[in-house]
Design a protein around this ligand. Structure first.
Ligand code: HEC
Length: 261
């Protein structure tokens, strides 16, 4: 009996040790519940916001010529929002549609001409309304391209800066909360792209800055939802610090370039 217990103990220890050993150093830290940094209601509103922007970008051939740059950025952003809503700890209207949304958004982000982009926006719209009824379990994983996500960040940040001052708290508050929630979701999703940076060997540093950005954005989101101007400004400061700290190591070209081109 005693030896059986020993066997169980040794097998368990070896198993645990092996398990711990297989967690690679390049594995991102586990995500907190999404509600802690990006409330489902704020993200869901941003789905409408981005669909609306995409619709405008493909309204006509001329519109597309002017706004084509925006399509891969907005589509990649929606893919991340879809993922965050799909695995969200708060139930939401896009939860079941999420896998289809992510696929349609990723496809759209590769569109290179008007006809493909127009058809892609239409399939994305359809996908957001689909309710396939199976609860495919979604987990955080690599979604969209890191480059498009990083190029989307400055534009969102510029809008956020405008709204985060909460000059008209009733309208600015929800807008700031929406943009901040999206930045937090992009920061979380970026964790899974450490291998795509110019310095994949610095994965741990990358994780640190992604989490720093997520926390700064979450702080702004919470403050905006409360209409707390001072807390929003404090959050903006932390968020901006995360941009600088990450660029210092991973993209020096972007230092001093906080706004969209
Ligand atoms: C975790 C690291 C990281 C964080 C945090 C981060 N960035 Fe970046 N940023 C990058 C990388 C990497 C690129 C280069 C993307 C590429 O071109 O492939 C980049 C590119 C940029 C660019 C240049 C885009 C262009 O047009 O060339 C701007 C501007 C920028 N980021 C702004 C921001 C702002 C504003 C924030 C904070 C709200 C931020 N970034 C947070 C890593 C980061």
């Amino acid at each position: 009996m005693k030896s059986l217990l020993w066997t169980v103990l040794v097998v368990t220890l070896v198993y645990l040790g092996f398990g711990a050993g297989t967690v690679s150093a390049d594995e991102p830290p586990k995500s907190p519940p999404v509600s802690e940094f990006a409330p489902a209601a704020d993200l869901a509103k941003q789905v409408e916001y981005y669909l609306n922007r995409l619709e405008k970008a493909v309204a006509s051939n001329e519109d597309y010529t002017d706004l084509a740059d925006r399509v891969p950025k907005d589509a990649s952003t929606i893919a991340v929002i879809g993922m965050a809503l799909g695995l969200h700890d708060t139930d939401n209207e896009y939860k079941l549609a999420a896998p289809g949304m992510i696929a349609a958004a990723e496809k759209l982000s590769n569109a290179k001409d008007y006809a493909t982009a127009k058809a892609g926006v239409e399939s994305l719209q359809k996908a957001t309304k689909a309710n396939p009824g199976d609860s495919t379990k979604i987990e955080w994983q690599k979604v969209a391209s890191l480059e498009e996500l990083m190029l989307a960040v400055p534009g969102i940040n510029t809008n956020l800066k405008r709204n985060a001052r909460l000059r008209r708290p009733k309208s600015d508050g929800p807008r700031a909360a929406g943009h901040a929630a999206v930045l937090a979701a992009i920061a979380e999703a970026s964790l899974y792209h450490s291998a795509d940076t110019e310095k994949p060997e610095l994965a741990k540093e990358w994780f640190k800055y992604c989490v720093q950005m997520r926390e700064g954005a979450a702080q702004v989101n919470a403050a905006a939802n409360k209409g707390d101007k001072e807390a929003a400004m404090a959050g903006m400061k932390n968020l901006a610090q995360s941009c600088d700290d990450c660029h210092e190591v991973f993209h020096r070209e972007a230092l001093e370039k906080e706004d969209a081109r």
